[in-house]
Design a protein around this ligand. Sequence first.
Ligand code: NAD
Length: 335
Amino acid sequence: MDVAVFSTRPYDQKFLDPAAQKHGHAITYFEPRLTQQTAPLAAGFPVVCAFVNDKLDGEVLKQLAAGGTRLIALRSAGFNHVDLVAASEFGLTVARVPAYSPHAVAEHTVAMILSLNRKIHRAYNRVREGNFSLDGLLGFDLHGRTVGVVGTGKIGSVVARIMSGFGCVILATDIRANPECEALGVEYVPVSELFARSDIVTLHCPLTPETHHLVDAEMLANVSHPDLMLINTSRGALVDTQAVIAALKAGRLGSVGFDVYEEEADLFFEDLSGKVIQDDVFARLLTFPNVLVTGHQAFFTAEAMEGIAATTMENITTFARTGRPVHEVTIEKLA
Ligand code: NAD
């Protein structure tokens, strides 16, 4: 099938090209993000392949359907950026990549925990400048500490396993317990208790209306000690960034590691190093010494990219053969 791929970078082509060739699909790559302005580029393409920051609201979906698109093949697990009601109204089928190396995201999460704890981001710069002082670099033993995992699905359960390997006590919260985690000795508790008892809280649940701003001023008030480390490699809008900034300024949060940010669509995946950042909230976040931000790179391993490319092409091939992709996202999935 003819596939229009949006938000394309050279590394996407490297993995999508061989997978498309194997399945006999013809790909046209578009560098820009999918928006109302760029949607006309997809006219005549039965398949549009989109990533996490592409806009798939009612207006864009209407344009795509009018241009002859029938399948939206997401290169992501998350589908919170798609208006599924509108997609169904316009007769568009939506597919996603539900699983691709949960280890990629889990390992990046652990990399953030280790970096923040041992201040590797600060030590790296100091040593390069000939500053070998240890002042301000004090960390803590992970062994014996309590880690709270919010969402023990594919990624959260791997994080729980890795952190229990460090000798941490693992607490978790989820709408359904994961037997693998229970077997590991993970204790399921309500989310407010998890925040009150944990030294490190890491978010691995999807963004839904229920989880939007799960971490807000009220939740942060539950934190019983000022050394809490908060990690978010899931979706930016799980966290009210302004509330986090207020807690950091007041010394009520120990450290913060974000791979995602609520307003990341206008920032991430672009080289903005020569430009002035217009987002004052994000700019403020970057000023804290105890904050580490990466630009939505947790998924970015060779294994994950291969998995994403293979599953995306499988979705397209089965859609071409049967009218249904292997991993369809339906409105019921929202429930
Ligand atoms: P998953 O569906 O396997 O697991 C999500 C878990 O969250 C499930 O166990 C679910 O029951 C639980 N959950 C749902 N609602 C909840 C709630 N209100 N409170 C607590 N738990 C709740 O998903 P996954 O593959 O583990 O991915 C988790 C998230 O990670 C995805 O939704 C996606 O947003 C994010 N992600 C980020 C990256 C990245 O590069 N940063 C890459 C892949 C996925």
